[in-house]
Design a protein around this ligand. Sequence first.
Ligand code: ADP
Length: 545
Amino acid sequence: MDAMRGYLRKNLLWIGFGAVVVPLAILLVLQYRWLTDLQRASADATRAGMKSTAVAIAERVSYAYGKRVWGLFEKAAALMRDDGGLDKVAYAVGRADLEGVRRVFVATFDEQSVAWIHRFDPATGTFRRGDMDDEMAAIHVAIAPYKLMAWAGAKVERPEIEADSKSRAFPMAVYPMTDAKARVRGVVGLIADVDYVRESIVPRAVNDVLEKYWGDDAGTLLVAVGEENADPIFAVDGWDPAPGEADTWAQLPWMFSTHYVVLKNRAATPEELANASFATNLTLSGLLSLALVGGLGLAIRTAVREKRLSNMKTDFVSNVSHELRTPLASIRVFGEFLGLGRVRDPDKIHEYGEYIESESRRLTQLINNILDFSKIESGAKTYRFETTDVRDVLDEVLKTFEVRLRHSGFTIRKSIVDGPISTVSGDPDAIAQALHNLLDNAVKYSNGSRTVEVAVEEGSRYVRVSVRDHGVGIARDEQDKIFERFHRVGTGLVHDVRGNGLGLSIVRHVVRAHGGKVTVESEPGRGTTFTVHLPREGHRPALSG
Ligand code: ADP
């Protein structure tokens, strides 16, 4: 149970990551499938929307005649049945709304079924017989079935308006007039005004329907109305559809049934539109998921870092406590010896005194490191730059090391340029502290070797101070990390030396503040060289880091 809880706590981050990423992946898959369905459906829906537009346009065209014609025909038929005669019909026709109508005619059949055809003359307001012409021929053709019915004595119980589109020039509607016994006695009919249909009815129908169905998007559609294999009688932007080019079509009903309305989206076919919206939706979902996973990744990274840092801080506290304890214990023991007054030998007294001093220095150095680190972290660390000869600073540092090194049998080999050397603009205390940290490390990680080499040399841009040891060395992949605060190369296998992980981070900060850089060369098991590069005074550094 506890093991499980421990496992959960340890892997909480990854469990949380999985808890978000797995459902997200499932959602993405579901959304993908839903989008493919939608893609299919939306192409069909677009096509259906266009189809219903075409149908609506077609219906509007014939609707423009429908009601008026129906009323007029019924009235004419009733008048004729009641023996009202052609004059009364003429009167009714004369008062009717004949917009878009080229001709109204009445045909009556006599006993021998001869058709007497009268055409309405708007000028005189009467029906007149006329000579045979194209129009008359078309009328004869249209009424022929009714003539036959009259001859055969066929009954028409429920008369209906019939459209006749056999003649291109004279689209017609005809209506049988019956007597009391429902026998056909004649026909009333009209011929549509083709020009008017082309110039007024069709454009109005197209505009009305587009506006109603498509609103602001009406401009995306191309519309044409016409007969097959003929120039369109109406076309948006002069569109003359090639065969198969239209997205959808509808047949005009009734007396214009040889005409078709065809429609096309200017920019894309319904499938292309559906593909485009599919792609957009999928991209958006993808981006959203990426942002989510990215955000999560960042959060986890931050959390992992925080956790690592907090572990490091915990280690730091225990490391510092130990580091403080050792010199304090030495100081106490030597202090007690001296305090008891048992040590008389002046050499011993001198030696103990030196011990106490050197251990106190270590303590001071340690505390300085911690204080400086906290100043650096809070941005409060300041430097007092002055013209400095790094050799003087190094001498001072080595002097404070002497006692400690002498007692532990270390030799320091110096290779320092004689004579004049460029000065640097630096804070001597800060530089001293950095060099002290490097020397301290060289001693700490010496792993039994007892030589440390220090060198000072001058390059074209920098004055360089290097500290070389022949100790444990640093693995390549650690060489960058060791400069991070609290970072220590794993103890045990590599080394068992106490420390707090602040030394090198302070070195780097100090050197960078001087416009310089610190580099490391190392081979595990063979030793390490740290080099501090400080820009020569008056030389503007081109590099930092
Ligand atoms: P510490 O207090 O641990 O010495 P530093 O910041 O001074 O902290 O060093 C960080 C780590 O770098 C050390 O823990 C050690 O593993 C490694 N290191 C530093 N100097 C040397 C060196 N001269 N030889 C080998 N390893 C070193």
